[in-house]
Design a binder for this molecule. Sequence first.
Ligand code: 11C
Length: 341
Amino acid sequence: MGYRVAVVGATGNVGREMLAILAERAFPYDEIAAVASSRSVGTEIEIGDTGQMIKCKNIEHFDFSGYDIALFAAGSGPTAEYAPKAAAAGCVVIDNSSLYRMDPDVPLIVPEVNPDAIDGYKKKNIIANPNCSTAQMVVALKPLHDVARIKRVVVSTYQSVSGAGKQGMDELFEQSRAIFVGDKPEPAKFTKQIAFNVIPHIDVFLDDGSTKEEWKMVAETKKILDPKVKVQATCVRVPVFVGHSESINIEFENEISAEQAQDILREAPGIMLVDKREDGGYVTPVECVGDYATYISRVREDSTVDNGLALWCVSDNLRKGAALNAVQIAELLGRRHLKKG
Ligand code: 11C
């Protein structure tokens, strides 16, 4: 017998990827319910490319009882309203929004990094999925931390517009076209022109001058990897449709060479090392779209600090950064706790 799974926010970028990944990875489901807002009721969506079409159900009337797992990709507002109802109905919520990530009673999980923390899920029946820029970074940091203990990380991100949803993707597309034909479109989703530009601002500003996206990278890394690791982040939106990139400088307690780091990363779970030190011998975001891996390139020593390394990290933000990580959590939950399938 397989699982009954609800995908909440099924019509969005991440919801569609969740459906695709459940099918691709042959997640042992008996039933998948696509759940969305009243606007999408009756909309038919395909489960990946299986040819199986399902009709969206209205979240306002959806009964979660009898469902084992609900993958939420609905944003913080609807999640605040419906996730507690799903959890109270006995369905384990795996939530992609930021709502529960810092709740001490909710595990925040990246299966390659802190799988054991999932055992705490029963307090609320909710498990949180991290922010996309955090997820790929901690996958890269974990195997190095295990060997040489990380003290401090300085990261600059190059985040694709799909992180801002379909509206963000549409804005990049329409703006690029408009600029080509000589128009001057006003920014809407983004605060400045995104086509042929970069914007050093993601999410709202905080009192200390950082942005909430930057704060998430700091706070979530501490919760997932190690509270002692210090992180300084600068998060930047770039005119790329899918795939987040990160330039990461790491300072370790113990000595570690670039060559040792390459050897460690080559064997690490979830990572593909592509680091040829020649023209094109590294990965760019367009090459990671649709993949599961977190790609690491450009590993080198950072001589400005003792025991320093620099590297380049690229991953599909809709997959490892969101839908894939959520499905991996569901798989982990199944193996350790729900035992069906
Ligand atoms: C972005 N990282 O690229 C954001 C999107 O907390 O889950 C995901 C926000 C989050 O805009």
